[in-house]
Write a protein that binds this ligand. Structure first.
Ligand SMILES: NC(=O)c1ccc[n+]([C@@H]2O[C@H](COP(=O)([O-])OP(=O)(O)OC[C@H]3O[C@@H](n4cnc5c(N)ncnc54)[C@H](O)[C@@H]3O)[C@@H](O)[C@H]2O)c1
Length: 355
């Protein structure tokens, strides 16, 4: 039995998680998986209603009682500080110690890429460190608002934090038969933090003699991902550089609406979420592309040990796009629910035919 927490959150999160849930239910029935899906009321509505974003007891329950979490998105214009989103998202990242942010970026069709002539096969698997770097909130400012203002924001790199994400990237590359892992940093300027990353990358990488390794400065990588993205396979980076490079890779491979992500502490916790935000500009209009969330279901099933079921979901998601059942962001006229229904039907048919 596996227990899954569904957190639709805000905006289009509600629409895309609704479709992801339908997909999960079809697979669970067809595969006789014993899944319990619990809906969690976390988001702006609850924050505005009760003044609470998430309690310690809720963090504890998410930590102790669930095998995986599926999140839509958090962010609402009625909460201009985005306090609830920070409490919930960063809270889970840090309290559950979800140190691997895995973002697979695969090009479903060449015409989806803004690049003129992308490689026929393009797949980038990005491993972003998720718990330290520039995201710890350590810093401060002095003489704030005066001409003498001084502001500091720390960039934290621990040996343990750097080593575990690099190990996760190499282990992934080995398990999936990938031949190259690339470290992205700015070691020419950030000598101390960059030096630690480079040393650990060499040490860990030398344990994988069959996998090529190279290092790229983040500015050169930004150019190269546009110029020759096909050169790269698995990419590992700090929190900040991984954040930027993964958005670039998502765009090069078709855009935010399609991209899934996983936040994982291997062996302990896993949270899956589409890369996009709550898109208040289209929330409630049924124009949100649900593919990012539905592809998260594929990752979630894989994580729970149902790799074939996960691949089946991915194939059905790709098939919906190839059949022209797409939302307006991809040039189609289908609604969020239409795309979900198409994928549900495709899955049911493929199970019925034993495909
Ligand atoms: N992980 C998260 O929950 C997360 C991530 C990013 C942003 N946010 C929050 O979301 C809110 C909006 O942020 P933003 O506008 O910068 O980013 P966004 O990703 O929500 O939207 C950016 C643009 O992409 C479009 N878009 C996004 N997802 C789409 C989808 N699935 N289908 C079709 N179009 C889609 C939107 O309509 C918008 O024009 C903010 O409150 C922000 O803090 C949350």
């Amino acid at each position: 039995m596996a227990r899954i927490a569904l957190i639709p959150g805000d905006g289009i999160g509600l629409e895309v998680v609704r479709e992801a849930r339908r997909v999960l239910e079809v697979v669970a029935t067809a595969e006789s998986l014993d899944l319990t899906l619990d809906d969690w009321d976390l988001g702006a509505e609850r924050f505005l209603r009760e003044g609470v974003s998430i309690t310690d007891a809720e963090f504890q329950a998410l930590s102790d009682d669930y095998d995986a979490i599926l999140l839509g998105a958090l962010g609402d214009p009625r909460v201009p500080t985005n306090q609830h989103a920070k409490d919930i998202l960063l809270g889970m990242r840090f309290k559950l110690d979800l140190y691997v942010n895995y973002r697979p970026c695969a090009l479903l069709s060449p015409d989806l890429s803004p690049l003129g002539s992308p490689p026929a096969e393009l797949r980038l698997d990005i491993f972003r460190e998720n718990t330290e770097g520039a995201y710890t909130g350590m810093g401060g400012s002095f003489k704030t608002g005066t001409p003498d203002e001084v502001s500091l924001e720390e960039n934290i790199a621990t040996r343990k934090g750097v080593e575990r994400i690099i190990r996760a990237a190499f282990a992934f590359a080995e398990s999936r038969g990938r031949s190259r892992v690339t470290l992205v940093d700015k070691a020419n300027v950030q000598r101390f933090v960059g030096g630690l990353w480079r040393r650990v990358f060499e040490e860990v990488g030398s344990e994988y003699p069959d996998i090529d390794r190279d290092g790229m400065y983040v500015d050169a990588m930004a150019m190269d991902l546009v110029r020759r993205p096909g050169r790269y396979e698995v990419i590992v980076a700090s929190n900040l550089f991984g954040d930027i490079i993964s958005d670039l890779a998502a765009e090069v491979t078709g855009g935010l609406g399609l991209a899934p992500s996983a936040n994982i502490h291997p062996g302990r916790h896993a949270l899956f979420e589409p890369v996009h935000g709550s898109a208040p500009d289209i929330a409630g209009t049924e124009r949100a592309n649900p593919l990012g969330a539905i592809r998260c279901v594929g990752l979630l099933l894989d994580h729970l040990g149902h790799a074939e079921a996960g691949e089946r979901v991915e194939r059905s998601a790709v098939a919906s796009f190839r059949a022209g059942c797409t939302t307006p962001d991809l040039g189609g006229e289908a609604s969020t629910g239409d795309v979900g229904s198409w994928i549900v039907k495709h899955l049911e048919t493929s199970y019925a035919h034993g495909d």
